[in-house]
Design a protein around this ligand. Structure first.
Ligand code: FAD
Ligand code: FES
Length: 378
């Protein structure tokens, strides 16, 4: 997770800026020394925090002021302007908080605020053991926040992923394109869970919940007791339920393991078919173009992203895809079969792509924890 912005952009805020120079948006990008700083006006009060989002360095000055918070324009993380704290995913780390002084009609940023205020420990009745089912961003953020709130009880995280929590958005973008290193993908460095006394169990599937006994049953029959249970099981890709959809060269993209497999296959392939023309499919197509593969996108919709953005923006997206060199965008087409003689309208792809990599990037559907009873829903 990085910060790619030029840190010396905008005025030197240590020298002061006129109140009238702060744009109507209430956000002004400047710097102090080598640090990028965002100056924000809320009513008639002024705040300053680091200018770059701690997720992927999104330019906060181009974001949205929302009360005493700023939202990142890229993936909508939210930061407190008072403390710099990350209040909303996908950012986890705070931005630096700076001291501000108003002298007459000028605002000066005078130095870094020392530290985030120490939170009070969670009060009231505190459970002695919390089990989180899910090792994605939500499960991880909950565990992280509990420890930040000085929760000292036992914390167990169950995940049927093979790897510790990762930043999934990277998997269809820079990491898949080969321009981000793998060490940027985990949400925290190796050993973070251990250091924070979080028992992370990987490759562990919760198959049933017994609310009466307050136990989670694992696929191997082990039972894990809990006092409070958090379900953060996210979504699963929709698999291609057609003949050949389960062949080894048909991939889905959800986990780091999936992404590694696609990258390995891409190194041997010349062409890829991406099935699905919404966010993940289109991003994956762009990333694989960066690897110089011929990319074909196939989807049943008439336009990319039409379901999300409507026809006009869908048409625009379509043009952009062509300009970036996606070879063919076959829309309003259903894949009927991956391996057998294709139906008339699929002949172009199934013939020429028989032994090459195919990616399948479907929409998501809710994960299955067996948590379909009223107690768990409540
Ligand atoms: C390739 C890709 C790119 C994306 N790009 C973006 C983006 O650019 N912007 C954006 O906003 N969102 C993006 N998303 C979506 C974003 O990643 C999800 O919204 C986010 O991951 C949801 O987090 P989550 O923790 O709720 O669920 P998930 O990340 O889905 O995690 C769920 C966890 O639960 C575990 N689990 C599920 N069932 C069980 C079980 N029975 N037992 C044990 N563990 C279980 C899973 O193994 C997993 O660890 C992308 C997703 C993908 C896959
Ligand atoms: S870069 Fe800000 S939320 Fe991702």
């Amino acid at each position: 997770m990085g910060n790619s912005q030029d840190t010396k952009q905008g005025p030197d805020l240590s020298l002061g800026v006129a109140v009238s120079d702060i744009p109507a948006s209430g956000l002004l990008r400047g710097h102090v020394g080598d640090d990028g700083v965002l100056l924000a006006r809320v009513d008639s009060a002024y705040f300053a925090v680091g200018a770059s989002c701690t997720h992927y360095g999104g330019p906060l000055a181009e974001g949205v002021l929302d009360g005493h918070t700023v939202r990142c324009p890229w993936h909508h993380a939210r930061f407190s302007l008072r403390t710099g704290e990350a209040l909303r995913a996908p950012a986890i780390d705070p931005v630096t908080s700076w001291n501000v002084e108003q002298r007459g009609e000028k605002i000066f940023v005078t130095g870094k605020t020392k530290t985030l205020p120490i939170r009070k420990p969670i009060s009231g009745q505190v459970p002695s053991r919390i089990v989180i089912v899910g090792g994605g961003a939500a499960g991880f953020a909950a565990a992280e926040q509990l420890r930040r709130d000085r929760y000292e009880g036992s914390l167990v995280m169950l995940s049927d992923d093979a790897d510790p929590p990762v930043d999934r958005p990277n998997l269809s973008k820079d990491y898949l394109a080969g321009v981000a290193q793998e060490e940027w993908v985990p949400l925290r460095a190796q050993g973070w869970c251990r250091d924070n006394a979080i028992e992370l169990r990987l490759n562990t599937k919760a198959s049933n919940i017994d609310p009466r006994a307050r136990e989670v049953e694992l696929a191997d029959g082990t039972r894990i007791p809990y006092e409070r249970l958090l379900l953060a099981t996210g979504a699963e890709p929709i698999r291609l339920d057609i003949p050949g959809g389960d062949l080894a060269h048909v991939h889905v993209l959800r986990t780091l393991k999936d992404c590694r497999a696609i990258i390995a296959a891409a190194q041997r392939a010349r062409r890829v078919v991406v099935i699905g023309a919404s966010f993940i499919g289109l991003e994956a197509a762009a990333a694989l173009r960066t690897r110089n593969l011929d990319v074909h996108i196939v989807a049943p919709e008439k336009r990319p992203l039409e379901r999300v953005f409507g026809a006009e923006l869908g048409d625009f997206q379509h043009q952009v895809r062509r300009q970036v060199g996606t070879r063919a965008v076959r829309l309003a087409v259903q894949f009927a079969d991956v391996n057998d003689e294709p139906a008339e309208q699929q002949r172009f792809d199934a013939r020429s792509l028989k032994s090459v990599l195919r990616g399948v990037f479907g929409g998501g559907q809710a994960g299955d924890t067996g948590a379909d009873n009223d107690h768990i829903k409540a």
